[in-house]
Design a protein around this ligand. Structure first.
Ligand code: GDD
Ligand code: MN
Length: 379
């Protein structure tokens, strides 16, 4: 990685006006009660530093954006990006950081769980030019993890860390940390390679750098959440698994495809369970039962894809119903292709297992390709 970032004007006296030294990026969703206290804490912690704070709010129903703007009208160091129709911590961080022109960007949670008094120390470390990235760690001497909601969260967190460490090119005791700082030009350089899904933006940054980053870890506590609630759930953990897969396979196959295929596999299980139940409990013909099972599995798959695979462009309201109909048509055609191809291979003396598998793969690829362009219109 480059030594001291080329654009660190305050180091060589080129700074004229405008952009501050440090942009603090705060991704937030439903954090209204935490906004004012957080900005107060930043004011105290960053006294003597030329800073700004950029909230990135995904149109929180609790009116987080409005709370930020109210303060912004009094204090020009406070900015707000309000995103509509999108959700996601990582992508919020990316957009916030890319909107900055400061020398350095820091990322910190908006729920007061991170210890903002660490920020000046982190900035000093970067300004020394010896590091590309400073991470506030709960797992180095002096840091702690007390604020994690429960034992389950500790388990998830520790497990995730172990898993991540296998792949990491640099030593990070807290690769899941949501609190870190780096030179803004470096962020811009890495931005193209970022995956942007899920929670693990730090991990993504570290894995996206062509050369190992020089990382400094500073101990930091993790406070308990006072207001609002955590957004980290099972879906987020699945996205984390997806991020690792994506990095391992080097983007050969799009991450969404894995998710789509996994949902498809679950759909097969749902189909079989429904079919078995119908066989046992009703006197209908096999054909009717098979049809019902197929329809239920399709609705199930659609829902799961809408919740997970296409979480960031989730369909709602009338678009949901239109999407479902389209999805069923697309998958219906996929099924016909699947059966047709498998059957013709089988008739040409291909082993039935291979014929079946080829048919299924072609079906999945078709379903994926068409639904991500027609149903969810992937960019
Ligand atoms: N814009 C936006 N969009 N912000 C979001 C979203 C989203 O979809 N989801 C969460 N956030 C914001 C929250 O409002 C909060 O400011 C911050 O991101 C962290 O989210 P929390 O929901 O509070 O996460 P957590 O406390 O469970 O997890 C923290 O600890 C993890 C390690 O255990 C975070 O710091 C994680 O980054 C960290 O990995
Ligand atoms: Mn939190």
């Amino acid at each position: 990685m480059p030594d001291a970032p080329a654009t660190t004007p305050e180091l060589n006296g080129l700074r004229t006006a405008g952009s501050p030294v440090l942009s603090v990026i705060v991704p937030c969703y439903n954090e209204r009660p935490n906004v004012a206290p957080m900005i107060d804490k930043l004011r105290t912690a960053l006294a003597g530093i030329d800073w700004e704070v950029i909230y990135v709010d995904d149109n929180s129903p609790d009116g987080t954006s409005a709370a930020v703007r109210e303060i912004a009208r009094q204090d020009s160091r406070v900015r707000c990006i309000r995103r509509v129709g999108r959700r996601g911590l990582a992508s919020a961080v990316i957009e916030g950081a890319l909107s900055s022109s400061a020398d350095y960007v820091a990322v910190i949670d908006g729920d007061l769980q991170h210890d903002e008094t660490r920020l000046p120390l982190m900035l000093d470390a970067l300004r020394s030019g010896r590091y590309d990235l400073v991470v506030a760690s709960r797992h180095v001497e002096g840091g702690d993890n007390a604020g994690l909601a429960n034992a389950w969260r500790h388990y998830l967190s520790d497990g995730g860390i172990k898993l991540a460490q296998w792949f990491l090119p640099v030593k990070l005791t807290d690769p899941m940390s949501g609190f870190f700082m780096l030179p803004r030009p470096l962020f811009e350089e890495l931005a193209k390679a970022l995956n942007g899904q899920g929670f693990k933006i730090l991990l993504d940054l570290v894995l996206s750098s062509p050369e190992p980053l020089r990382v400094q870890e500073v101990p930091a506590g993790f406070r308990e959440r006072v207001a609002g609630e955590s957004k980290l759930d099972a879906l987020v953990m699945m996205q984390f698994g997806g991020l690792l897969l994506d990095k391992i396979f080097g983007g050969i196959l799009p991450l969404r495809f894995f998710s789509f295929a996994l949902v498809g596999a679950l759909g097969v299980i749902v189909h079989l369970v429904v079919l078995i139940l119908l066989r046992k409990l009703t006197p209908m013909s096999f054909e009717t039962e098979q049809t019902i099972a197929t329809l239920i599995a399709m609705v199930f798959n659609f829902q799961l894809n809408n919740q997970i695979t296409y979480r960031d462009q989730r369909l709602k309201g009338p678009r949901l119903w239109r999407g479902l109909l389209l999805f069923m048509i697309v998958c219906g055609v996929g099924a016909i292709a699947n059966i047709g191809i498998a059957n013709s291979l089988y008739l040409q003396n291909t082993q039935w297992t291979i014929a079946g598998a080829i048919g299924a793969v072609i079906g999945v690829v078709w379903n994926y390709a068409v639904s991500s362009t027609l149903v969810w219109r992937a960019r």
